[in-house]
Design a protein around this ligand. Structure first.
Ligand SMILES: [Zn+2]
Length: 81
């Protein structure tokens, strides 16, 4: 999903840059260059693996350690959830 969204947003940026170049607006090369980079990266990069906590656990909001799902206070950073 994120792979295709980067690909299509790069295409839109590239098309906008080409439009700016035809319209004679300045700095169109920035949009063309970044659109090409985004399109190529979106076509070849693998989407990142989503991180899931183990069953019965959750991630702390403050230190991102795995803690029990019913914990009110994090045992690592002692902050309230
Ligand atoms: Zn914590």
């Amino acid at each position: 999903m994120s792979r295709y969204s980067l690909f299509f947003s790069g295409l839109i940026t590239l098309i906008f840059g080409v439009f700016m170049a035809f319209a004679g607006l300045p700095f169109s090369y920035i949009f063309i260059f970044s659109g090409i980079i985004m399109t190529v990266l979106g076509a070849f990069l693998k989407p990142p693996v989503s991180v899931e906590p183990e069953p019965g656990k959750k991630f702390c909001w403050h230190c991102y350690q795995q803690i029990p799902a019913d914990a009110g206070i994090c045992p690592h950073c002692k902050l309230k959830q």
